[in-house]
Design a protein around this ligand. Sequence first.
Ligand code: GLC
Ligand code: MG
Length: 572
Amino acid sequence: MTLHAPAPASTAPLPGPDAGTAVHEAPEWWRDAVVYQVYPRSFADSDGDGMGDLPGITSRLPHLRDLGVDAIWLSPFYTSPQKDGGYDVADYTDVDPRFGSLADADALIARAHELGLRVIVDIVPNHSSDQHELFRRAIEGGPGAPERDLYVFRDGRGEHGELPPNNWTSIFHGPAWTRITEADGTPGPWYLHIFDTSQPDWNWEHPAVHELFQDVLRFWLDRGADGFRVDVAHGMVKPEGLPDATVNAEGLIDIPEGEVPVYFDNDGVLDIYREWRPILDSYEGERMMVLEAWIPEHRLPLYIGPAEAHQSFNFGFLQARWGVETMRTAIEEPLALADAVGAPTTWVLSNHDVIRHASRYGFPPDHAFGEGLARDEVPDAELGLLRARAATLLMLSLPGSAYLYQGEELGLPEVADIPDHLREDPSHLRAGVPGRDGCRVPLPWSGDAPAFGFSSTGSSWLPQPAVFGELAVDRQIGVEGSTLEMYRRALHLRRELRLGRPEAPVAFLEDLPEGLLGLTRGDVVVLVNTSEQEIPLAEDLAGAELLLASAPSAPAAPGTIPADAALWLRRA
Ligand code: GLC
Ligand code: MG
């Protein structure tokens, strides 16, 4: 059996996505797009204040073009007190001064388009910041203020209204209600916040809220946004009468497996997408929306369609444990669902809310999934990265669109040892869990520069660990076997072989050796060895061309698939 060596990594940039053609020309580009999530505060800092910003992002866009992604998704950069990393929006149509100005946003979008990259912005319609002008007026205007109708204010229960209106709890722990104090010092009504106290929920029963968000969509569409990532897309509409949730013996909201809390996934929310879709469709080009909807699978077909949203994140693959059965199921189920809804599925392994996959795969098999990495937890970094690279190759071989999170192309680990006083995640502050800051540490661009090139002054809003220096972009560019070169090669091949398109269906290979997951896409064969031993390649793959391997170095024995590694082969 001959295996040809993969093409050596080159320092020359691989061709960008149809560089030169207008970004609006490709039909239904979102169906197979690779979208790179930028978390603005941690990407690149242009003014040295330790906080990433829009000009910083613009200056680094060529890196993303060379990486070979099709689009970027920007997490919120709007005016915000930053109580939840910008997901607490005080003004949906302005840029927070920490991140720049509207002119900087325009420049970013223009430059991205020049480079052939589309731009998706985040929209946060479930709640605003408590510093939003309308919420401030609701508070300051006193009991009769009309703005109170725009949020969910209710009188408390109990003799003096001293008990919250119902028993709902916040996603960030503690009650989902906070009681206000009126200007004259008397205790007032309570307002609903499914997230932090600083994030009051909008009242989507009110037409003015609908109008407000239609205007916000138009504002960013007019500025050239190619689409929206909709935050908490299963929220917004609350069940009629705000009924108590059922609680279990410990008094906690009881959420049976596969279900969601009572305040999520109510049918009324679908009307919002039916209202938004014609707005998107009325613009030139293919403007899209992708939903962050954590909903039971059977509900997805209601959210996705020609009159609703274009696509939704599929978190099942991200939640699947390392292993043949778990990963196969996490691929088969969404593919079947995609056929049912007539829209491609999406794939994602990391984002700003979960433990980075290079660390997640380094946990023992039964490790709990959520709530961040505690300081005394030490995932196996080497194993985690090997498996993360293999899982990435598996993901990028699949039809549909793929979402990457900044820094995963460098193999960055979750950062565990952030001192508590520097952590900013409200779930840490409210519940004392480690929280999500560990995946939000600023990116390393150059191994020898202050703050590893994140800022010119060496300032960084969260401290970067020494290992970030070794993983910096400039230490990996052109280095054969580096994670960055693996991503670049994979994205290039994915485009060339049209792996994101549905034409060559996913066919799983049966009767493989234990621990081996295999599938084909036309003449491309994808193999993932989930076991701890090398597995010899089957005879019928003798002569196959090795397109790409996830392991950083060649296998010890030729003709084998190393443990915890993936291969892309092309049949002779
Ligand atoms: C989404 C965001 C998360 C944020 C939450 C509240 O889940 O991804 O970061 O905390 O919404 O806006
Ligand atoms: Mg800055």
